[in-house]
Structures are given as C-alpha cells and as structure tokens.
Design a protein around this ligand. Sequence first.
Ligand SMILES: [Zn+2]
Length: 365
Amino acid sequence: MKSNSATVIDLSDKTVLPGLIDGHTHICLTPDYSSNPPVLYKTNTYRTMEAFKAAKRILNAGFTTIRDVDNEGADMADIAVRDAINEGMFVGPRIFVSGWAISITGGHMNLTGLRPSIDKKVEQLAIIADNSEDMVAAIRDQRKSGVDFIKIYATGTLRHINRETLESLSQLSTEEVQIMVNEARRWDMDVAAHAYGGTGAYHAVQGGVHSLEHGLFLDDKTVALMVNNGTFWCPTMTVYFPDEGASEADIRFRNRIVAEHKKSFQRAMNKGVKIAFGTDIGSMPHEEGWRELELMVDYGMSPMDVIHSATVMGAKLLRMNDELGQIKEGYYADIIAVDGNPDEDIKEFRTVDFVMVNGAVVKNK
Ligand SMILES: [Zn+2]
C-alpha cells in the first residue's frame, strides 16, 4: 500500500520488535564441523557460499545483527560476506567478524591426532601463537585483513576437560591476555574470549577481555570479577546438550556439563552479569536461534529480560547501543514481527513473520 511516497506496512495484528542480535554465531560452520573439519574437506570458496546461505537463514529467523566469533580457518570468508552485504550485493544481516581466532599449540582449534610428519603441513582452524610476540603479530595480521574484533581461546575445549573435576585447560596467563587486549584496543577493537571456567576464565576476565564466551563453569570468584569489570557474557547453552546417537558415557558427561552451565547461568543472572544473547549457531542449524531464547526462559530469566538480552544488551556488547537494539528515531530500521505476545510466550520466536533489515523487507508472511 502506498501513501504519498512512503510504503505503509500494516503489522497492527502482530507484535513488532527490534531485530534480534545474536552475539555468538559461526556462519562458516555447519553442524557436522567437528567430525569433518572443514579446513580439511572444503575449499574456502565453497565455505564462503555456505556462509552466505547461513547468514540468510539467520536473518530469516529474525536475527538482523550477528557477531560472528571465529571463522575456523575459512581464510577471509566471513569478511567477504560482511563486505558483500554492506556493499548491497546481497541482503543479509549486519555482521561483525573476528576472522581467524588465536589459540595455542595443542589447545582448542589445533587439530590433534595427526601423524607428526603431516601435522605441521596441515592448515589449522586458528592462528597458533605460543608467545606474546606471535599473539600481537596475529592481532595486527587480522586487523590488516579487516576484522571488527579479536577472538582468543582462553581455555581448551571439551576434550581438554578433566572428567573427574570438570576443570578445563587454562591456555593463557593474565599477562598474555592483557597484552592481547592492549594491542586490540590500540586498533580500537574488543577481545572476545572462549572460556569454559576455572583458571583460564579468571585470567581472561582479569586480563580485561570485553566478553566471555560459553562459561560452562563460572564460579563465584569469576562471576564477581565479571560484575566488577563489566565483562559481557554470551552463554551459548543449547549446543552443549548431548548429540543424538552419542555414547552413554558421552551423554553422562554432557548432562553434567549442562547441569553446571545452568548453575552458571543462574549465578551470573542473579549477580547481575551483563548477559548478551548468543547461540554458537553453526554448531547447530542456523535457523534455530529460538532454542536458546526458550532455554534462557526455561532456566529462569523472564521473557522480557531474554528479549532485552537479545536486543539492547547485544547492541551494548557491540558498542552500538546508539544505533541498534531499539526501534527509535536515529536507529537502524532493523525490525521484526511475530504473532501473539512473546513476553507471555517466548515460543512465538519459532516463527518470525516479518523481517526488515536496514529498511529492506526480507520476509513478510
Ligand atoms: Zn563458538
């Protein structure tokens, strides 16, 4: 319908909200990534096309802005997708990228189990840096490529967790984190730290990272420091549930992790940690961000606070809260609409009926 020169879209029977913000995505990953590492089996050209498809799916699910936290060795695919969208070649979400993450030899994102004669010849999933000089060089290199922020691995991954104590591998000292944060800040960039808990998570917060990712095992000490330092947290809880067809031992292990993650979430929520919604999507299908929204409600956060976490808090995480996360004059026209009232039923986000990004309607059921 046209009135004068403006197009009028009647959404009066819907609930209209600011576009959602996912603070932790992976457009360069598909859910089979851990059994088939894409650095070994896919060209980066192919991964770039996959990333476009992923971005489009995420947008269609109502997420108009994403912070893509590690391309896992996809060269500059995330940067290319961001730029092509920004230049208007394709319609997609607003994307902030980290390019290649930084990890250590033997740590997360360093392929293991390869015979020594081929180990050094294989491309890795992250930049492997074992001293502060290499860490600083990695940040400069990523900045030169055009990233928006830096992703570091402050703890290991699931295979590094002690199955007795659930302590995760601490990968960095506080000083190393500080050196990277200072270097990133010099270029006006923030640092996001993958950290499960324990010493590694504490070092990350103490070293001044802008956000902690995952935080499965956040103890009181780390939570208190996060509150004190104003550190953001992207919980990404859904992806740690046991996979279908997992062994019994793995299901038991995963269930313990999920139970601890829930405790961490409630501890952080009650103490006032700045929780910015994040899914780790890519590890799960790109259109299923609603699962995490529902889980947060399940764990005791009110639907309105979950919506706040996925809009206003996400915008703050990106230092874009003067332009994103609200429907307001002077803000980007990133708008979605759902049926019913999501404040009463968070499940409304399973079907987002209307999506507008940067003033362009991409979905209107
Ligand atoms: Zn992730």
